[in-house]
Design a protein around this ligand. Structure first.
Ligand code: WTA
Length: 672
């Protein structure tokens, strides 16, 4: 088995530039009909010149977009003030606005009864529609309640909820009163949640009594109870009701639905500065501690709105179906902020792709008349195994664009998505981006009018984005048909501004590796034609079912088990998940136990301490790990062993004790 990166490169070289399909008409479009703000741009006559203009006249481009797309309380004085080498990123300073007004009030003025949210609840056919007027009312009541209960501008509220209208109203209520939100994916364990609450210093948490997913109840309130035991800052927990089942309410708990009803539907929005914090979102890095990336108001919203409209060709009246959980950046930008800033109708998907059966997505597409469907390759790979009949059963004629996000999409999955799901007529946009980038940075559309799409390639930079590839010496690769470390050469409004409470880590991670450039942590290949293909992470972050997890985070948990002396965790190619988790563990001397039991125990501990998706698929017990003489674990060697690439083990002369490798190879062949 080849690792992700090599697999991808090998597969591109086989299929590169098979002229695949021309998905949009080759007619030259009227550029101002396409993007009205382009009217004032000199020399811009089509999308490729618009792309060039947006990069070489970045300030002009973003200023026009910001004026056109956002409602300002006070317009900005400066477009940008950035110095990437010092991690200084500021956009639209002097400007004041309110994000909830941009997402709600301005649409309520023009179309109050338009559906903002379609809550696709776990039980098929029980969707709930929420209009802009209703969502504004909910948001205002909730904003008033938070204010009355002492939440102030600048505070950070943690939200631990599945996708539901109340979760969206909670995010927007925070934005309305100037508090930052910190949404924690509701699949995270109590320990992971409490770590994030503590780091964010939240005194308020919002949750639901129970979640419902795949026909099962999820005890979210109980998890919060457990989490807040180790969070002395938490003073109040608001509990919304998703199921009829009562949960234990302590003195600090507040029944959210009841209390909201007592509040007024008018809530004065705070006039926020462009660079005030809108939210923190924790994500995994290459060290054990997750980092709270910080996104701010104006730049983030503008970028989410613009990418949502153009990458997916979103038109007014379309129903946008992003099935990502709101606990991830994809849910933030393309379930909530992008679609709502554009006055769109967005679907909140509470269920799973196979509940009650593998036709769930497509039955939903038919019932809700979804026009753009945005999901993860891992789900596509899973569904294609169930066969085409689950797709063909349903009418998908409303679909116009299919999107893919979060991990590389392999050719088989891409082709199935395109030919079966999209009946060969919908463009598939493979979108590359990260929590750090705030929105999509590379995708086949919209920057080329003659948008040929090559399977599984993110291809073209979005407006204002200038990718570069660095060679191993840190020089910008000047020619194409080459691979390197993917960096972005100039700032864009949607990028993260810092890591909460740790600007130094932000600088070290993103700004210092290639001074003057934003380093993404991903590797990429750039074809002769200038199209980009993401080849995978360059650091110790792996991507399991589209979810990021640092191998060090898993090792930390495994190492805490009393029987374990040390461990090493790697990612390996997995058919459905993209990458699976493989752990090597050295048990303490004298531990006399059954490997099978310990193995299960370790897996359970990782599920309990982080989340289910991080739990190792395989654990191999070894006497020792391969280490350099200076004591560094050689994960590269472990990866090669798991991939069965013994020829590729490389130079083992730096190993402290080369016999360790032979033992591991032997043990691995017995295990697999
Ligand atoms: C990976 C998710 C290949 C990449 C939006 C990135 C991708 C990490 C793609 C970010 C793609 C995301 N092709 N790899 N289209 N999209 N990735 O922060 O390694 O959860 O750095 O953001 O996912 O994951 P995150």
């Amino acid at each position: 088995m080849l690792p992700c990166a090599e697999r991808v490169v090998a597969s591109i070289s086989r299929r590169l530039f098979r002229s695949y399909l021309s998905v949009s008409s080759r007619r030259r479009c009227n550029i101002t009909a396409f993007m009205p703000e382009a009217a004032g741009f000199d020399g811009v006559s089509d999308r490729s010149t618009l792309q060039d203009f947006s990069v070489s006249n970045s300030e002009k481009f973003w200023a026009a977009a910001a004026r056109h797309r956002l409602s300002w309380i006070r317009t900005f004085d400066a477009v940008r003030d950035c110095d990437l080498s010092r991690g200084k990123i500021k956009w639209f300073e002097g400007g004041k606005l309110n994000v909830s007004v941009n997402c709600l009030d301005r649409h309520v003025h023009t179309c109050p009864d338009k559906v903002a949210l379609i809550w696709e609840r776990d039980e098929p056919g029980s969707e709930v529609k929420v209009t802009y007027r209703e969502l504004l009312d909910m948001t205002c009541r909730l904003g008033n309640l938070l204010r009355r209960r002492g939440v102030k501008r600048g505070d950070c509220v943690t939200i631990y909820m599945p996708p539901c209208p109340m979760a969206v109203a909670s995010m927007l209520a925070c934005a309305r009163i100037g508090a930052a939100h910190n949404v924690v994916f509701a699949g995270f364990s109590a320990e992971a949640l409490s770590e994030r609450i503590r780091d964010a210093q939240s005194s308020t948490v919002i949750t639901v009594n129970q979640g419902v997913r795949g026909g099962k109840l999820v005890e979210l309130k109980k998890t919060v109870d457990e989490a807040v035991q180790s969070c002395p800052t938490v003073q109040q927990v608001f509990v919304a009701t998703r199921t009829e089942n009562p949960v234990l309410m302590a003195a600090r708990d507040v029944a959210l639905d009841e209390e909201m009803l007592k509040e007024d539907v008018v809530c004065e929005p705070e006039a926020m500065d462009s660079e005030d914090v809108l939210f923190l979102l924790y994500t995994s890095g290459s060290t054990g501690k997750p980092k709270g990336l910080v996104h701010t108001q104006a730049g983030y919203l503008l970028y989410a709105a613009l990418t949502h409209r153009y990458v997916f060709s979103y038109q007014d009246g379309d129903v946008f179906g992003c099935v990502a959980d709101i606990g991830w950046i994809t849910g933030h930008s393309y379930t909530v902020y992008g679609p709502l800033a554009n006055g769109g109708t967005t679907v909140l998907f509470e269920s799973t792709p196979i509940y009650p059966d593998p036709g769930r997505y497509w039955e939903m597409v038919q019932r809700l008349k979804i026009n753009q469907f945005y999901g993860a390759p891992t789900a596509i790979r899973l569904l294609l195994k169930y066969g085409d009949q689950w797709v063909r059963k349903y009418d998908r004629s409303t679909l116009k664009t299919l999107g893919s996000v979060g991990e590389p999409i392999n050719t088989e999955a891409w082709e199935w998505y395109h030919t079966v799901v999209g009946d060969g007529r919908c463009p598939v946009v493979d979108t590359w981006w990260q929590t750090e980038t705030g929105g999509i940075c590379i995708s086949p559309k919209p920057s080329d009018p003659d948008a040929e799409i090559i399977p599984g390639m993110a291809m073209r930079p979005f407006f204002g984005i200038k990718p570069v590839l660095m060679d191993t010496e840190g020089n910008v690769q000047s020619s194409s048909d080459t691979s390197g470390a993917l960096c972005i050469a100039q700032p864009w409004p949607g990028m993260a501004r810092t890591i909460h409470n740790n600007h130094q880590r932000f600088i070290e991670t993103y700004c210092q590796p290639h001074p003057g450039y934003f380093f993404t942590g991903d590797g990429a290949y750039c074809s002769k034609e200038g199209y980009y293909q993401i080849t995978g992470r360059l650091d110790d972050v792996i991507n399991v079912s589209g979810h990021r997890i640092g191998t060090a985070e898993i090792e930390d948990v495994v190492n805490q088990c009393p029987v374990v002396a040390e461990s090493a965790v790697i990612g390996y190619a997995h058919d459905i998940k993209g990458e699976g988790v493989f752990a090597f563990a050295v048990l303490k001397q004298g531990v006399d136990t059954q490997y099978g039991d310990v193995s299960q125990q370790l897996k359970d501990t990782v599920s309990k301490k982080i989340a289910k998706y991080a739990s190792p698929d395989h654990i191999q017990f070894v006497k020792r790990l391969p280490k350099t003489r200076s004591g560094k674990i050689m994960r590269r060697v472990l990866r090669k062993i798991v991939e069965g690439d013994l020829e590729g083990l490389g130079d083992l002369s730096t190993l402290d004790d080369p016999t360790a490798v032979q033992e591991i190879i032997q043990g691995n062949s017995e295990l697999c």
